[in-house]
Design a protein around this ligand. Sequence first.
Ligand SMILES: [Zn+2]
Length: 278
Amino acid sequence: MDRKRPNAAERGYDTKWQKARAGYLLKHPRCAMPGCDNPATVVDHRIPHRGDQKLFWEKNNWQPLCEHCHAKRKQIQENRPLSVEAEKRRNPFIPAPRIPVTIVCGPAGAGKSTYVRNNAGPRDLVIDLDEIRAALSGGRLHAYAPEFLADALDERNRLLASLATDTTHERAWFIVSAPTQAERDLWASKLKAKVVLLDTPLDECERRIRADYSRIGETDRMIRLAADWWGKHQADIDLDARGRGDVLTFPKRSLTGARRRSRKFSVEFKKIRKESLI
Ligand SMILES: [Zn+2]
């Protein structure tokens, strides 16, 4: 135990806080972690306040959590997560879900979340890595939080696996970028799911990313992610049209406009591969 750690009252958890906390939990009775619907018992500071009174009392920095999710967040904040096993996490074993699943694929800015919002019923579960990562990191939805990726993937995989025994939701929606047919097929067979592909053109994705205020500060990175998706997607289509297996057999000069673009994107893609969302 750390004897130097100030007691609860000294850290700001006094009567005023107890009152504010109780009032907040009355208004926000359920845990805010995606996929968790436990009663909230903890008011968590999204950004650790570390004694900063402004951060401490700023309600936008509060979120209601259950004991379990709060403990998980604390654990993540204290131990820097490992990232070496990320690949395994990206392609996990998932037992067959017992409720119908729809996979919604497409680039950043394609409108995947909007599509799900417009089609999901009140008893449906939405599984979205970005949302999980935002909840774990306490950041904004599209903030770049690479240190939370491994844990977000674990949490996403746990939710996907929970569909096998799910008796509370009617349907599930799984949001994943999956730019290639192979990736979409893989997820579709794992989850016995149907796939909705939102192949919104890159310029439209870019327009939407720029217009979406929640992505302020992340605009360039989101646009690169969209370009990355289109690069992989277009290369996949090209590959399919030529027959799989004979990659890079065409001479450079004969590249069509589209293929030139897809080449440019794959260069772009290599640069940002590390921060790719999926
Ligand atoms: Zn919870």
